[in-house]
Write a protein that binds this ligand. Structure first.
Ligand SMILES: NC(=O)c1ccc[n+]([C@@H]2O[C@H](COP(=O)([O-])OP(=O)(O)OC[C@H]3O[C@@H](n4cnc5c(N)ncnc54)[C@H](O)[C@@H]3O)[C@@H](O)[C@H]2O)c1
Length: 335
């Protein structure tokens, strides 16, 4: 096939690791739902060809291939390399501890773009090295900090930039299940909305799920001293990922990871004469379920038209760098 006709064809995809985020979350769901997985987003988009997958577990690999109509399955990524097949996009959906190795192998396969699950690897140093390798080989790198593709977040960001909410006064976030695992989602989102932040103080580490990735309460400070507080739930109780942004002209609240939103406007108090207070707001459905489909579109356009990636290796590195510092400081907190 000539280069010109190849460019017009579907993008050839290899998925590495066939668990929940690869496709499992979407398997067995009702037709027509918005996808929350890599396979689901590629299939629904229609401009990708899911050519092959890698999965060491035979049963899981077979189920994944059947569910998504994948013709070729490999037990290891080394087998994929030995096959001589070529791919435009490689999705890394293996467990986090496997990412560094799988990314290194994926680079040998010379795709146009790698779409890696978060966190990129378990170490900032390793991330830096891999980012340099990607740049040298001219391979684009997108990291699945999914909210960067959530249209609701993009609108909020644009509104904040345009001053629609007035001055940002403070931010309160809630998360659990690991400062790197889920905290990096929060820090990445805050980097987008608030910008660069400094660590003011960290609290005691809470071991609520991963032995080597505690959940840590932390007080951060954005530009002009804006306080950003991250408080923690406990992963054994329930999942929590929520944000409250206090502005001079109201409050914006993200609930259930962005599935729901509430805006609270300022009004005169009906109880205390002369005071202004916040109304209750109305809970409305957000656009988070469309984020993976937006990611697939961004990836397609990044490859075909050179578009910028909403979530890149660089932005992911900045988030992980901060999470690693929070974790290091938390281990030094006196009991
Ligand atoms: N972006 C998000 O919101 C989000 C959500 C869930 C998971 N994740 C990330 O996705 C990754 C996978 O999580 P998951 O929940 O899908 O896990 P999972 O356990 O459901 O799936 C991982 C799969 O990878 C397979 N595997 C193990 N070693 C492998 C290897 N060397 N090569 C290829 N496959 C291998 C396992 O057998 C398993 O099927 C993690 O890095 C996690 O942090 C991100």
């Amino acid at each position: 096939m000539s280069t010109a006709s190849r460019d017009l064809a579907s993008l050839r995809v290899l998925i590495v690791g066939c668990g929940n985020i690869a496709g499992g979350f979407d398997q067995g769901r009702v037709a027509g739902h918005l996808p929350s997985t890599h396979a689901g987003a590629y299939m629904r988009d229609g401009r990708f060809d899911l050519l092959a997958c890698v999965e060491p577990d035979d049963k899981r690999r077979g189920e994944f291939m059947a569910a998504w109509g994948v013709a070729t399955g490999f037990q290891t990524i080394e087998e994929a390399l030995a096959s001589g097949k070529q791919f435009d996009v490689i999705s890394i959906c293996s467990p986090t501890e496997c990412h560094a190795h799988d990314l290194e192998m994926a680079l040998s396969l010379q795709p146009k773009l790698i779409f890696c699950e978060k966190p990129l690897t378990t170490s900032v140093t390793e991330n830096q090295r891999l980012l340099e390798e990607c740049a040298q080989l001219n391979i684009r790198l997108a990291i699945n900090y999914t909210r960067r593709w959530d249209a609701e977040i993009s609108t909020l960001h644009a509104n904040m930039q345009a001053g629609r909410w007035g001055q940002l006064r403070s931010v309160m976030g809630y998360y659990n299940k690991g400062v790197l695992n889920n905290g990096s989602h929060m820090v990445d989102l805050l980097h987008l909305l608030v910008g660069a932040m400094e660590i003011v103080k960290v609290g005691k580490p809470i071991h609520d799920f991963f032995a080597n990735d505690p959940t840590v309460p932390v007080w951060l400070e954005g530009a002009s001293g804006i306080p950003v507080m991250l408080a923690c739930g406990h992963a054994e109780d329930y999942a929590i990922f929520e944000l409250q942004l206090v502005f001079s002209v109201g409050m914006v609240i993200m609930e259930e990871g962005g599935l729901f939103w509430r805006e609270r406007a300022v009004l005169d108090s009906g109880t205390f004469k002369g005071y202004r207070v916040l109304d209750a707001g109305v809970r409305r459905v957000g656009q988070y379920p469309g984020a993976m489909l937006n990611a697939a579109d961004n990836i397609y356009r990044a490859i075909q038209q050179g578009d910028l990636l909403a979530s890149s290796g660089e932005s992911a590195l900045a988030a992980q760098d901060m999470c690693e510092k929070i974790k290091q400081q938390a281990y030094n907190v006196k009991e």
